[in-house]
Design a binder for this molecule. Structure first.
Ligand SMILES: Nc1ncnc2c1ncn2[C@@H]1O[C@H](COP(=O)(O)OP(=O)(O)O)[C@@H](O)[C@H]1O
Ligand SMILES: [Mg+2]
Length: 369
């Protein structure tokens, strides 16, 4: 199987006066794993449903493998689908469920058995062919749904929160399985999720959606390290935000003040919000918890944020310290310190400096939230 490129060209969908998707353009390469990530109601399912052909767009067009399919019915788009609402047929066995798309396509019975067998091997359920869906666990049912979606070797696979109903451990192993399967098949995958960790681990690129619009498109590392808006910075990974006052900038540096007298130096305009701020503007400073350090008060040097320990908790791979800022409105700053076996214990109330690694800081305008 070879994947097909998918071109979504200024696609929009309105329900009455409400815009579910507003003019989204995405150029997805053949064989790419692209996730559509966003909060509930951001238009992910609507977008995927339009690619599948179950909903017709109010504007724009969809091109798959060079063919404009905007007006083509779903069964003629040659797309594999794993949708929540597209469940297994309860009265058919696992093998019959998987054979269904082949039957629809007029594949001969003797060839069908062979392909069903291979699909079952791929999702690692070879011994379950004769069972009925209700005799399987949730995870096994999802794997059958994946087998049914890939059995006719579609060049494009669409998945809408396929792992949403599974517990964490099973979800993580299924994430790896789906990713390996996709690599083996070479299919183009468009994968919808509201789970940012899932999107980060599985995707070649992620399209972040907010209110029916594309908020940012990029590789997982790109979105994580260089979010272009406070929304994306907040949605992907953990983030502290502190509000301050813009003091000024040079080509590679922007300086802000928090509270009355805490001056922080951040990287220049290439990082964080585009456009400009002028002295006196309110700005939001974004700090990743894992890019912060802790020292005794007064030992922090440059870019030190004075605070006091509110709580410290052991979180396995790291210690999580909640530090109450001793400036501004006294917000809580989360600090993650990797656990290395030599825990630095901080008693509650200890006066500390949070050290903000300059390269890990990003600035955003206050208006956009
Ligand atoms: N059939 C429909 N009729 C009216 N509004 C809809 C319909 N489907 C979705 N919407 C609205 O469109 C928006 C996006 O929905 P959806 O695509 O399901 O978001 P997501 O999958 O990101 O949670 C929501 O505000 C939702 O209420
Ligand atoms: Mg949805």
């Amino acid at each position: 199987m070879i994947g097909a490129p998918v071109f979504i060209d200024r696609i929009g969908k309105a329900y009455g006066t409400q815009t579910a998707v507003g003019g989204v353009t995405l150029d997805i390469a053949a064989g790419e794993f692209l996730s559509i990530l966003g909060p509930s109601g951001s238009g992910k399912t609507t977008l995927l449903t339009m690619i599948a052909g179950f909903e017709s767009p109010s504007a724009g067009r969809i091109v798959i493998g060079g063919r404009d399919v905007t007006a083509v019915s779903p069964d003629r788009r040659n797309i594999g689908m794993v949708f929540q609402r597209y469940a297994l047929f309860p009265h058919l066995t696992v093998a019959e469920n998987i054979a269904f798309p082949l039957k629809m396509r007029g594949v001969r019975k003797d060839l069908r058995a062979d392909r069903v067998g291979r699909a079952l091997d791929l999702v690692q359920l070879p011994q379950y062919a004769k069972r009925y869906p209700h005799e399987l666990s949730g995870g096994q049912q999802q794997r059958v749904a994946v087998a049914r979606a890939i059995v006719f070797e579609p060049p494009v696979l669409l998945m809408d929160e396929p792992l949403g109903a599974l517990d964490k451990k099973l979800r993580e192993s299924m994430q790896i399985e789906i990713k390996q399967l996709q690599r083996r098949l070479g299919a183009t995958v468009v994968y919808v999720t509201h789970d940012q960790e899932e999107a980060l681990t599985m995707s070649d690129r992620i399209a972040v959606m907010a209110k029916g619009q594309l908020a940012q498109l990029g590789t997982p590392a790109n979105l994580y390290c260089n979010p272009q808006s406070a929304f994306v910075a907040d949605f992907i990974g953990k983030m502290n935000f502190l509000t301050g006052e813009f003091l000024g900038e040079t080509a590679d540096s922007r300086t802000i003040r928090l509270g009355d007298d805490v001056v922080i130096d951040t990287p220049g305009a290439a990082h964080g919000f585009e456009g400009s701020a002028k002295a006196g503007d309110r700005v939001r400073l974004a700090l990743r918890p894992e890019r912060l350090g802790l020292t005794a008060r007064g030992a922090g040097g440059k870019n030190a944020l004075p605070g006091r320990i509110e709580t410290s908790v052991f979180a396995g791979a790291f210690d999580l310290h909640l530090v109450r800022a001793d400036f501004g409105s006294g917000e809580i700053i989360q600090v993650q310190i990797p656990a290395d076996g030599n825990r630095t214990a901080f008693a509650m109330g200890t006066l500390v400096d949070v050290i903000a690694e300059r390269d890990g800081l990003r600035l955003f305008a206050v208006a956009e939230a």
